[in-house]
Design a protein around this ligand. Structure first.
Ligand SMILES: NC(=O)c1ccc[n+]([C@@H]2O[C@H](COP(=O)([O-])OP(=O)(O)OC[C@H]3O[C@@H](n4cnc5c(N)ncnc54)[C@H](OP(=O)(O)O)[C@@H]3O)[C@@H](O)[C@H]2O)c1
Length: 328
């Protein structure tokens, strides 16, 4: 496993890391299997985990807390594990837009209430990375934003602060980054969603802000296992995301990608190595519950970057999208 520095947090994190949304929000999860998959990842060298209160109302935070308790306090500790979690928006609106006032979304009382709940679930006094789960740059100059983040840090409730940037709006966070309050950003970055390379990554480099690349497999389409007939149960979020507005074009684009796959390489391998080929990325958080996926994905850390010719070809598979009501 290879490790990279998460910007100015100085945390040394595995470049292939773990996203815990699926194990509390998607159909087909089983807590016992999820815990075993998490433990397997730790045993294979993964030390960075992304969760959120919104993933099952603290359920993913709690599953991670069990693993942190087990491994950070084992004697001697295997190595340092890092937890990133997120404060949900108080108005429960996804994504954030300028129509909502900061005071409706992240008032200090709400932020501290959820930070306390997350600390309890993680069983940690101080959260390594606490992120706002949504963000709109129009809120940047709100004095309460600065006061809240500074107090969270001064009281040692958190070690670093981050924002999770809205889907397909990678530049809606640049202003907040310039305040100096943001240590880490989490953004969608994958073979389709290459737009963070334009402005976000250069600013991260300039300010030494850590980059967490999320949704590396485009919610599963880049697994290569879906087709035009794929259906998810109606209450599963993916039924909406991969509905008639999105599924046909996604599958057509995935088929195009399969044509450039080098012999012997799978689509998830190409997708994950594409992300880690970019040195601006500190870590990518893959959603994975199946043990085979954990094993296959974590092994890719050591496989290194894709070759330059393939990276060049993949540039033309960039797909710039705009947020749609089915996308969140
Ligand atoms: N607003 C936000 O802040 C936000 C939004 C979305 C996601 N996130 C974070 O980003 C993380 C990752 O995104 P995601 O989980 O939504 O989607 P993702 O990582 O793009 O895709 C996850 C899907 O890919 C499958 N998969 C993983 N490895 C595979 C492999 N080697 N071969 C075939 N299939 C494979 C998983 O299957 P199994 O689960 O069956 O193993 C799962 O169905 C989340 O867990 C969450 O932590 C944050």
């Amino acid at each position: 496993m290879k490790y990279r520095i998460l910007g100015r947090t100085h945390f040394e994190v595995s470049d292939m890391a773990y996203g815990l949304w699926g194990m509390s929000g998607w159909t087909g999860s089983n807590d016992d299997e999820s815990l075993k998959a998490l433990q397997l990842s730790v045993d294979l060298g993964c030390n960075f985990f992304d969760t959120a209160w919104a993933y099952g109302e603290g359920k993913s935070d709690g599953l991670l807390g069990e693993i942190l308790q087990r491994d950070n306090f084992s004697n001697p500790p295997v190595y340092r594990l890092y937890a990133a979690s997120k404060i949900p928006p108080m108005n429960d609106m996804w994504p954030a837009t300028p129509e909502y006032k900061y005071s409706e979304v992240f008032p200090a009382k709400h932020v501290f209430k959820y930070a306390k709940l997350i600390r309890e679930k993680l069983r940690e006094d101080s959260i390594d990375v606490l992120q706002f789960h949504v963000w709109d740059d129009s809120w940047t100059d709100e004095p309460e934003f600065r006061e809240t983040v500074e107090k969270l840090k001064a009281d040692k409730w958190i070690r670093s602060f981050g924002i999770s940037i809205n889907r397909w709006e990678p530049e809606n966070g640049l202003k907040a980054m310039r305040t100096g309050l943001v240590d880490v950003v989490q953004v969608i970055y994958n073979i389709f969603d290459q737009a963070p390379e334009d402005k976000l990554f250069p600013l991260c480099r300039e300010l030494n802000v850590g980059v967490i690349a999320r949704v590396p497999l485009d919610e599963g389409s880049l697994s290569g296992k879906m087709n035009a007939q794929t259906k998810f149960p109606p209450h599963d979020w993916r039924a909406r995301y991969f509905g008639p507005e999105n599924l046909p074009e996604t599958i057509a684009r995935v088929e195009e990608l399969k044509k450039v796959l080098p012999a012997g390489m799978t689509l998830p391998e190409m997708a994950l190595r594409f992300i880690l080929s970019n040195p601006d990325v500190s870590t990518t958080i893959v959603g994975m519950r199946k043990h085979d996926h954990v094993r296959q994905n974590l092994a890719l850390s050591d496989a290194g970057p894709l070759d330059a010719a393939l990276l060049q070809k993949l540039k033309s598979h960039r797909w710039d999208r705009k947020w749609e009501p089915w996308a969140d």
